[in-house]
Structure formats: C-alpha cells, structure tokens
Design a protein around this ligand. Structure first.
Ligand SMILES: [Zn+2]
Length: 1123
C-alpha cells in the first residue's frame, strides 16, 4: 500500500510538472515500466492491483498515444492480458478488478496491431467469450467484453477463431429489437458483430440468415426511433452492412433481401439534421456500392466512327526496322491510356543524370531534312519585288493560302523517300476516296439542322428557310441513298445565308460566316458531315459579363445519386432512345412534343446516344475517339424542341476522368441560336446542380472494373423555338482555324508583315496541317536588312495536339492575332523573331469530335521520340522541320506547345530543368558543379508580372519519365532548346490574381495568347518595354494595381471533394476513433460499477476527483440486463 502511495505521489508530481526538467515522455516512461512490473508482481493482491490499475488508467488517459505505444513496446499488452486471464478465469471473478482490466486491455489493445495474436497466445479469446456469456444480463460488464472483442477481432485469424466458437451467434443474439435502454451495450454488440465480419465470417452470417435479420432490425429501429436517440445504433447497423457488402456473396444477399430498397426508403424519411445527415450519407454510399453494374446501353464500346488505317504491309515496306508501329492495330491503346492516366499522378522523375543530359541521335537519315527548307519561305522570298510593288501602291502578289495549300500538299507528298511515297499515296487515296468525305458538295444542300423554327420567325428569310428545309430533307434522303446530293440545294442556301447575315449579322473580329462556310466545305471528316454547327458558322463574342464560378449546392451529389438509385428501384422511368448515331431513323426524328431533339453530326460534335429517362431528364452517351473504345470527356451537341422555363437534367454517363473541375465551380457552355440572331452570339457558362460522380455503368464488353463517371447538370432554356448547343468548353473547329488563317492573311499589312500559310503535311484522312510563318518584312532592300532577317531567332509554337483541348486553340488565336496586329510590341517582336506556328497538330482528331487521340489511336503527344511517318505524319514532319531548323543553325529560341488542363485552375508552364529535377527527386547525384542556364525561367517570371491569368506557382520544370515522349521534353533534349514548354490553360477559371473566382472565357484565353507574346520581350535586349506602362495598360487593371502577382495556387490538384466522388465501403461516420471514444467513456464511468474510486479518494486527495469530474460528462446508462 505504501508503495502505491509513493508511486502515486511520485506520479502526481510528474504530472503536475513539479519536475519540469523531465519531458512528459520521460516521465511517462519512468512510471509506465514501474506500473506494469508492479501489476505482474502484485497480481494476487486485489487492492494493490486495483490501485495500480487506477494509476495506469490515469497515466494513459492523459498525454498522447506515445505513452500507450511505449507501454506496448515494453510488453504492456502481454501484462494486461495476463492480468485479464488471471482475474477472469477465477470461479467467481472480482469485477471490481476485472472491469478496469478489460477497459485497459481495450484501450491499449486498440493501439496494438499485434493484439489478436497476443490474445490468442495468452488464452484470452475463449475467456472473453465466456465472460460475455456469463454477463449477458449485466449490461456494463457485457459492454466491456464487447469492446475487448472488437479490439481482438481486428486480426482476421482471431475474428475467425471467435466465430468458430459461436462468437458470431452469441453476439448476434445480443442485438435486440427497438428499446430505449442500454443503448451503449447494444451499440457495442453491433460494432463487435461488425468487427467479426471478415470475409469467411460473412459467408457464415449470410447462411445463418443474419443479413436479413439485421435489415429487419434496421427497419424497426429506424421507424421507431422518432426522437432520434438511437442514431448510434442505426449507424452501427449501417457499419455492419458496409462490412457485409464488401464480399460478393454479402452484396448479393444484401440486394436480394431488399437492402437497397430499405435504405432508399429510410433516407426518404430522414430529416436533414446533422446526425440523420450522417445516416443518409452512409446509406447513399452503401447503395451506390451495391447497385449492380450495368453495361452502357450500346451495341459496342467501339466508336461509331471507324477509319481504316494504312495496312501493315505498307509499313513493312517503309519502316521495316521499326517494329513497334505494328502494335497499333492491337489493343495497345487501351493499355497505354490506362498507363497515361495513372502516370498523370506518378512521381516519376528522371534521376539518371546521364539520361537527362544525353542528346539522342537523329531519328531519321540526315538527307531527309532539306525537304523542309520550303517551310522557311522568308529566307527565299523576293522582298525586292515586294518592296517595289508596295512602293508603286499595288498589293504584292503574295500567293493565296489556298493555292499554297494545293501546292504544298503535293510538295509534302513528293518529299517522302521513294519507298514511303507510294505508301503515303496509297494511304491517302484509300483514306480520302474510301472513308473520309469532304463536305464540299453536301453542304450546298443542307447547312443547318433543326433551325427552321427560328429562321421562320424572321419574315424576310422565312420562305426561303422553309424551302431550304424541304431541300434539306430531300438532300438527306439522297445522302442516305447514294451519298450524292450535288444536284439539290442549288442557290437557296446561299441566299438564305446572305439574308440571315444581312438581317442578323454581328460584326465579329476575325470571323466571317461565308469564309467559314467556304473553309468547311474543304474539311474532310470520317462520317462525312454535311451540316454546320450554327455557333461555329455564325461566330461568337465573349460574354461582356463576368462569369463567376458556380456555387456548389449542399449535398447536391447525394441528391443526384438518390435520383439515380430511384431509377433502379422504380420502373416509372421512360427509357426512350431519342437519338442514336447508329440508327438513321433516330438521327433525324420528327418533332415529338414530349422529347428534346438531339443532333451532333457536325464538326467536333460527338454525342452518340440520348435516352430520355424521365419527362425532363436525359442520359447522354458520348462517342469514343474514332477507331477507339474510350477517351470520352469532351462533348459538343445540339439540342432543340425544348419547353421554356423548365429545368432539364442532363447526365453524361460515360465520362472517364476520375475527377473533374465540374466539381469545383466549372459550368458547361451553352450557345442559343435565338440569342445569336438577336445580336448576342455568345457561348455562356450555364447550368445548375452540377456535379461529377462515379456511377454504376461499365463498358459493354471489357472489364467490369472499368467504371464511368456521370457529369450531371440542369439547364433551363429561355425560348420556346430555340436551337441550343452545349459543349464541354468553347468549341474551336478545324474549319474555324482555316477560316481564321485566311482572314488573318487578308488583314495583315503586307508591306510590313510577312505572313505565309503553308501546309506541313496532309493528315491521315487527307486534311491539311497548316504552318504559319510570321515575321517583319525587311525595312529596305539593302543587304544589311535582308541579312538581319536571316539571323532572326525562331520562335516555334504549336497547339491542339489533344483535340479535346479547345482552350489551347483560343490561346493560339490570341497569339496569332496579336502577332499580325499593328501593335508596336507586335512589330518589335516581328522585327526581332521569326514565328513558326503550327496551330493544330491534330486536325483529324478535332474534326471528328475526338478527345485525346488521332485516327491512328495514338496520343500524339506521346509520339515525339520516334514518330511514325505514316501513322503520325503531323508529328513526324513537325519534328523533321525542327531538326531542319537546327541543322541550319536556327534551332528555336523558344518552343511552346499549348494545351488545356482538366484538373487545375489558371494558366501555367511546364518546362525542363536538370537541376530542378534532380533536386526535387532528392537525388544524391552531385550536381553542384552542374552548370545550367537559368534562362528557362525568364518567360514564366515575365508572365507572372504581366499576365493576370498566369500562375507562377503552378509552373514546374521536372523531367518525368512518363512524359519523355512529349513535345516539350523531346524538343528540349534532342534539339537542345533551353526554353521548351508546355503551356497549360484551365478549362475552369482562376483561384488567384485579379480574375480570382471567375470562370475563364475566350477573352481571357486570347489575352493569354497575347501575353505569351509580350513575355518574349524578356528575351530581347530591350526588356524595358516589358515593364513599361503600355503592357500593364493592356490589362485594364485600374490605376492602383501596377503589378500582377500570382499566389495561392495549389501545388497538387484540387483538394478532396466535399462529397466523395468515389464510394468506399467505409461508413463515413464510423472510423476507428469511435471505438476509442467508447472505451474512454466507459473508463470515465467506471465508478458507476462500484465504489472503487471513492475508496481511493482518501489516499489521493482531491486530485483524482478533479480528474474524473473533468473527464466524465456522460451520464451512465441504466445498470440492467441487455434484454
Ligand atoms: Zn494536352
């Protein structure tokens, strides 16, 4: 007794910090050891043991878990288990001692991952079951045993051992029907039952009918618990279900016993207080997990658009040494895509200094390079003639870009090696004649689909429009019969277009509908589009209003998921297919009063199927990338026949990315033809109730594990007779690019600006891939000026290698317009540099509404190491051109490839740096002596100051292994271009700078393109202009803001979503902490069991009382039997 008193005083001294020179942990260590030793030594003396236990409990209840872990490391668990066995196996156990031991075993064991095994070795398993059986009528004791069982069952083998000794049955029978008594013990029973549900035990629980039993219990408790006092019990039961559905047999049983229906029903009657909210959350997770996987309602996962690739034997003839290209015909793409997806997140920095610094050899024979000399027209151009002409006031005879197109088509074909040439010819013939169709003749018959209602509303064009529609219909029939409709349409259409433009036209800079129409007739699509999307034809201006990010409605995902579950339970859904690319009768359905009408057979369109599921709700399925069975994310389609002022819900049900900016304030864009005709041709951010979550669909064939995500949004249309377009992001078609380049060409002051549009090569389906040269004409014909032109460094810019990244095209549009402008900075840049711009590296992908790949099924931005000349011609020739520039000593000063980023906000750069890569990877390679020009940071620093959309903090310069075949890394490595970048633009908006909180639109994208040009001033001798007033004035910043500084951008992707996008089997309300809380509560209430502590109080003075008062606010439940 004296020893204990001393020990306690000693301990109290420690705890009250009378020896401040000892750290808390030192104090804990010192006393813990003594106590456990003491516990073992004095196991026979009840009172001493009790005192030791109390001291121990005090010690472990304060401070951090480190005390417990220290105790475990010193054999504390074993000591406690021995004490438990010793005291518990007495004929009549002394519960005054046993109870504190049980609590301590639970408390310490909960932190000891080896507790199951230790308990088995100590012989505590059967003992605890026996104790439980003997105390079924004694709530407090039973609860203590159940807590210990929960802890023991964390080991699978222990859980199995308990179950094989009827543990499962004993505990199941402890769970009563609804009652208001002993709720804590009941909760402990249910949690112990859940803890025992390892996979083996689930089968046994299923076979004994316990799953349906638990469901009945849940139903009863839920219906009778009107005062919400049994939330814990319900939560614990849900926790059991979460464990059960983790196994297939458990899930099947749960579903077949009506689990989903029951949970759905109970969630409908839940009120929305916080506690019940947890129940609903947990129930929704469970239901999502259990919904049976449903294949997409398609005939096949394969894209509707199929383009025959050049055959293998052609490849063998041409590039016999290159074996990898043959795999393309296989299913390699799917694998690659999965890898690419996962690698997005990988920390796969290249740490091999040799590899980082090694320049690989040329990927082709050197004598293939001179063919690209034609792409440097500024070097061979006869400026003499031009200067003379312009001095005579005549416009110089610069060749029209269209002529150039034809010429260059031939040129590029001729420039192949002999063997390749035939392959390319046969491919091109194959492609153009057999599969892709130019829209040239077809457009005459039919330009717009489903617009007649609106066009009718204008008296002037009404008649003509109606006639056009008639023509369109007959043209269509002809299309379907023999693909020849040249004879129809005639001049009606052009008259209609003229009238429309005359009456409703809006002056849009660098856009002209007729030019667009003309460009579109030359565009070759795989399906042979004959219809123009109105927005692309008519043009758009950015909204004059700010468009803030959409606020996320509380629990919106839960609500949407519940609506989806309702479909599974009720059969009142309509499920009517209203649009199907593969079913001609559904592509042009007659107007039905009760259904929306969909259409997407136009450039960049990619809706595959639309299913009306409820009166005002549609499931939409996107077409996979042509020749592929996946890559769905981008969307663009037309919708009409709407009822105004009614919210329509749209669900795009086969999205692939695992998260989306749609969960973080992004809205889709909508274009109303009615608004456009009323003078507001605008793509506007639209949609409410937006969320993006994992659904229960899986591919038609292929892995059931592949899951899709739903993007859901609700649109309320304004007008009755409207045709609207919905898209993932502001569309920018290939035809738009061609039209834009032609207009730019016409707009430039040819005496000052050298602008030349050429074709780098034809694409697989026979479209032209344009390359533009922009520089300043020499000021005079003297040799010095011509010589200076030849010495101007090159800036090479590319974009839109990924067709779904239309934002990249808008940035490029801004760049092109600025470089062609009269702005003095543009003139200065032209005089300093020669710009070589390939604005669309993947025309075929863009045209056919693809998201990621090319017709060759490849992600073209993973082909730069060794691009295939036949399958990836645009990359092959762009790289060849870069090699050529290098070979004549004109390797670009800057290379930048414009992209769009789907998971981040703002605009930022990725570059390449050996030092930063090694440093970031924590590489031990000695790189102190490594010299690296820090110039790769100059542009980002400049952009940070002048571009409001730009985020310096989001930039990085790591060289990742998984990105080793991207343009940025290959150009950096193989061509030694120090400033080689990827510029990523958000789809969503900004979380920093003056645009913070706004969604991006084409104005900011184009501005970014201009700002990128501005930043190039940082590379010139005269950098003063960069920070001069003129640039800052461009930004409209107001007078007080002189400098733009970016900050507060997330290093990683977005923080976790408020609501889980993925569903897990973890019940949201029940984590490990819950058990700990229960144990602590029990320990705090221990004096309800007896007068133990009151006996002690005389000895320890006021300390203990203070301690317990602080610690135990919970009133103790009735001390009666469980049943
Ligand atoms: Zn990209």
């Amino acid at each position: 007794m004296i020893t204990v008193c001393l020990l306690r005083r000693h301990l109290t001294a420690y705890l009250t910090c009378q020896q401040p020179y000892l750290t808390v942990d030192m104090r804990a260590k010192a006393s813990d050891i003594k106590i456990t030793q003491y516990l073992n030594k004095n196991a026979g003396d009840a009172e001493s043991t009790l005192n030791v236990l109390n001291v121990l409990e005090e010690l472990l209840s304060s401070g951090t878990d480190r005390r417990i872990h220290y105790m475990i490391s010193q054999g504390g668990s074993e000591s406690l288990l021995n004490a438990l066995v010793k005291n518990g196996s007495r004929f009549i156990p002394n519960y005054t001692i046993l109870l504190p031991i049980l609590y301590l075993v639970a408390k310490v064991g909960h932190k000891d991952c080896g507790i199951g095994k230790k308990a088995e070795e100590a012989g505590a398993i059967l003992l605890i079951l026996n104790l439980l059986k003997n105390n079924i009528q004694h709530a407090r004791r039973a609860e203590a045993c159940l807590l210990v069982i929960q802890v023991f069952a964390t080991s699978v083998s222990t859980a199995k051992l308990i179950a094989s000794n009827q543990g499962l049955d004993i505990i199941y029978n402890l769970i009563p029907n609804y009652t208001t008594k002993n709720l804590q013990t009941i909760k402990a029973s249910i949690n112990a039952f859940a803890a025992l549900l390892s996979s083996d035990n689930i089968s046994s629980a299923v076979s004994k009918g316990y799953v349906s039993g638990l469901l009945l219990l849940y139903e009863e408790w839920h219906s009778k618990d009107t005062k919400h006092s049994a939330i814990d019990i319900l939560q614990a039961l849900l926790n059991c279900f979460h464990k059960i559905v983790r196994s297939a047999v458990g899930r099947d049983t749960f579903v077949s016993q009506g689990g989903i229906r029951l949970l759905y029903h109970t969630t409908q009657t839940c009120s929305l207080n916080i506690c019940q909210g947890l129940l609903v959350e947990s129930s929704v997770q469970l239901m999502r997990w259990c919904l049976p996987k449903t294949p997409l309602p398609l005939r096949s996962d394969q894209s509707v658009y199929c383009f025959p690739l050049p055959r293998r034997h052609h490849l063998l003839d041409v590039v016999a040494s290159d074996d990898t290209s043959g795999e393309i015909a296989g299913d390699k793409m799917e694998k690659d895509y999965q890898e690419a997806q996962s690698k997005d997140y990988d920390d796969d920095l290249e740490t091999d200094l040799k590899k980082l610094c090694l320049r690989p050899p040329l990927d082709r024979p050197k004598d293939l390079l001179p063919q690209y000399s034609r792409l440097c027209p500024e070097l061979s151009h006869d400026f003499l003639e031009q200067l003379e002409l312009s001095s005579q006031g005549r416009s110089p005879s610069s060749s029209s870009s269209d002529d150039e197109t034809e010429k260059c088509n031939n040129l590029s074909l001729h420039s192949f090696r002999r063997g390749e040439k035939s392959a390319v010819f046969s491919k091109t013939e194959n492609g153009t004649s057999g599969q892709t169709k130019s829209a040239a003749s077809l457009f005459k018959a039919k330009d717009f689909y489903s617009h007649t209602g609106i066009l009718n509303s204008s008296a002037e064009v009404g008649t003509k429009a109606r006639e056009t529609r008639k023509e369109a219909k007959s043209g269509l029939t002809n299309d379907q019969q023999n693909n020849k409709s040249e004879g129809n349409g005639k001049s009606y259409n052009s008259t209609m277009i003229d009238s429309l433009i005359d009456i409703h036209g809006v002056d849009i800079p660098y856009h002209e509908p007729r030019t667009y129409h003309a460009a579109a007739t030359k565009t070759k699509s795989v399906p042979g589009f004959t219809t123009l999307a109105f927005p692309d034809f008519w043009g758009q201006v950015p909204s004059p209003e700010n468009e803030p990010m959409a606020p996320r409605k509380l629990n919106i995902q839960r609500q949407k998921v519940l609506e989806d579950i309702q479909r599974f339970l009720k059969t009142d859904t309509i499920n009517k297919v209203v649009f199907d690319l593969e079913d001609d009768s559904l592509q042009f359905p007659p107007d039905k009063p009760d259904s929306l009408r969909f259409f997407s057979s136009f450039e960049c369109g990619n809706l595959r199927k639309a299913i009306q599921v409820r009166r005002y709700e549609y499931d939409l399925i996107l077409n996979a990338d042509a020749n592929c069975s996946q890559h769905t994310q981008w969307f663009y389609f037309e919708v009409s026949n709407m009822v105004p002022d009614v919210p329509y819900r749209f669900n795009i049900i086969n999205c692939e990315k695992s998260n989306s900016q749609f969960n973080y304030g992004m809205q889709p864009v909508l274009y109303s033809v009615q608004d456009a005709l009323n003078g507001k041709p605008q793509w506007l951010r639209t949609g409410t109730e937006i969320c993006y979550f994992r659904n229960y669909f899986c591919p038609v064939r292929g892995s059931q594990k592949t899951t899709f995500y739903t993007l859901t949004f609700t649109i309320t249309f304004k007008y009755k007779e409207d045709v609207c377009y919905l898209a993932y992001h502001y569309p920018y078609t290939y035809s738009a690019l061609r039209a834009h380049l032609n207009l730019l060409h016409r707009s430039v002051a040819s005496s000052k600006v050298f602008f030349r549009q050429q074709i780098i090569c034809p694409t697989l389906s026979g479209n032209s891939c344009p390359v533009v040269t922009i520089t300043a004409c020499p000021p005079s014909k003297c040799d010095k000026d011509l010589h200076q032109l030849g010495k101007r460094p090159c800036i090479v810019l590319t974009s839109r290698v990924h067709p779904g990244e239309s934002n990249a095209s808008w940035v490029m549009k801004g760049t092109l317009e600025f470089l062609c402008s009269n702005d003095p900075i543009a003139q200065a840049l032209r005089e300093t540099f020669v710009f070589k711009i390939i604005p669309m590296l993947n025309p075929d992908g863009v045209i056919n509404g693809m998201n990621r790949c090319d017709l060759s099924r490849e992600d073209l931005n993973r082909q730069w190491c060794k691009p295939d000349p036949i399958l990836c011609p645009t990359i092959y020739h762009t790289k060849g051109f870069l090699y050529y520039l290098n070979s004549i000593g004109r390797a670009p000063l800057v290379f930048c490839d414009y992209h769009g980023h789907s998971r981040k906000k703002n605009v930022f750069l990725y570059g390449c740096s050996v030092k930063e890569t090694l440093w970031q990877s924590g590489s031990t390679v000695e790189n102190a002596g490594l010299k690296e020009d820090p110039g790769y940071r100059t542009i980002a620093k400049a952009l940070d100051r002048i571009a409001p959309a730009f985020s310096f903090n989001s930039c990085n310069y790591m060289v990742e292994k998984s990105r080793s075949a991207t343009a940025r890394i290959v150009v950096w490595k193989e061509l030694g271009v120090l400033r080689s970048y990827t510029m990523e633009s958000t789809y969503n908006g900004f979380d920093q700078g003056i645009y913070k909180g706004l969604q991006i639109n084409t104005r900011e994208l184009e501005e970014m393109g201009m700002k990128f040009c501005h930043s190039l001033l940082s590379l010139t001798i005269d950098t003063k202009a960069l920070y001069g007033k003129s640039l800052i004035n461009h930004m409209n910043l107001g007078q007080n803001i002189l400098d733009h500084k970016s900050h507060n951008s997330f290093e990683d992707d977005e923080p976790p979503c408020v609501e889980e996008i993925e569903y897990s089997t973890e019940s949201p309300g029940l984590k490990g902490d819950d058990l700990e809380l229960d144990i602590n509560r029990c320990m705090a209430n221990i004096d309800a069991e007896g007068s133990t502590k009151r006996q002690m109080s005389g000895e320890i003075g006021g300390y203990y009382q203070t301690f317990t008062t602080v610690k135990s606010p919970t009133p103790s439940p009735d001390n009666a039997g469980v049943h």
